[in-house]
Design a protein around this ligand. Structure first.
Ligand code: KIV
Length: 267
């Protein structure tokens, strides 16, 4: 195993221009596979709400539902740095609520950091969390937990004011002690401006190639499921491979070709 990725490595990677790789992961085998592939950071995103639990959006998932998934990922990650999302409703009320939820997530899951959405409006929460000694990753741009307030899936950081707002939000999170900021569905010029304005790394998803790193939802990246966002690329056809494997199994059992002699205990 190569050296465990630590929080200070991300700033060093930004400084030397090495791109940071992040993928979501929601369970032990996936975490192990991505860890072995050399992914730097695994995100137990609240996207597990729709991708794994079948909710319509990220809104309904709770902290208690997320913790077992985060624990499984942390067990599977030997090298990668594990970040766990705080879901909607678990940090917005007050800095105290954010610290309580973060401590609970860290203590019960073994993740190395937490992430939650928002800029200046959650800067007090971010500061309280980092003051409590918990590494914090920000999330700006299109923030799925605020989908209703944002009027749907809309690209953020458009126009002069859009860029300025994004930079001010990102600086507030950096000031609060964030070690990185995810930029989701952000116009590329705005993502570049934020990346240049910050000392800490930006991790983009649908934010162009200028960010210090990239993150994708693993099912989109691996080709599982029917719908994939325009900003994602399918690096595999894992969904089709799973269906093929299951169809092969069904056929072999129906044909009484499996189990064969080598799978059978005669006595
Ligand atoms: O929950 C998630 O998967 C995320 C990524 C889209 C960054 O927050």
């Amino acid at each position: 195993m190569s050296k465990k990725v630590r929080i200070h490595h991300f700033k060093e990677m930004k400084q030397r221009g090495e791109k940071i790789t992040m993928l979501t992961a929601y369970d032990y085998p996936t975490a192990k596979a991505f860890d072995a592939a050399g992914v730097d950071m695994l995100l137990v995103g609240d996207s597990l709400a729709d991708n794994i639990l079948g909710y319509e959006s990220t809104g309904p998932v709770t902290l208690d539902e997320m913790i077992p998934f985060a624990r499984a990922v942390a067990r599977g990650a030997e090298r990668a740095f594990v970040v766990a999302d705080l879901p909607f409703g678990s940090y917005e009320v007050s800095p105290e609520q954010a610290v309580e939820s973060s401590v609970r997530m860290m203590k019960l899951s073994g993740a190395q950091a937490v992430k939650f959405e928002g800029g200046r409006r959650v800067a007090r929460q971010a500061k309280a969390v980092t003051d409590a000694g918990i590494p914090f990753c920000g999330h700006l741009g299109f923030t799925p937990q605020s989908e209703n307030a944002l009027g749907g899936h809309r690209v953020q950081g458009r126009g002069e004011q859009g860029v300025k707002d994004l930079i001010d939000d990102a600086l507030a999170l950096q000031e609060a002690g964030a070690f990185a900021v995810v930029l989701e569905m952000v116009a590329a010029p705005a993502a570049r401006a934020v990346t240049e304005a910050l000392d800490i790394p930006t991790i983009g998803i649908g934010a162009g190639s200028s960010t210090d790193g990239q993150v994708l939802v693993w099912l989109d990246m691996a080709g599982v499921g029917d719908w994939h966002p325009r900003f994602s690329r399918q690096f595999g056809a894992v969904g089709a491979a799973m269906t093929d494997a299951a169809a092969g199994y069904v056929k072999a059992v129906k044909d009484v070709e499996f189990p064969a002699a080598e799978h059978t205990f005669e006595n």
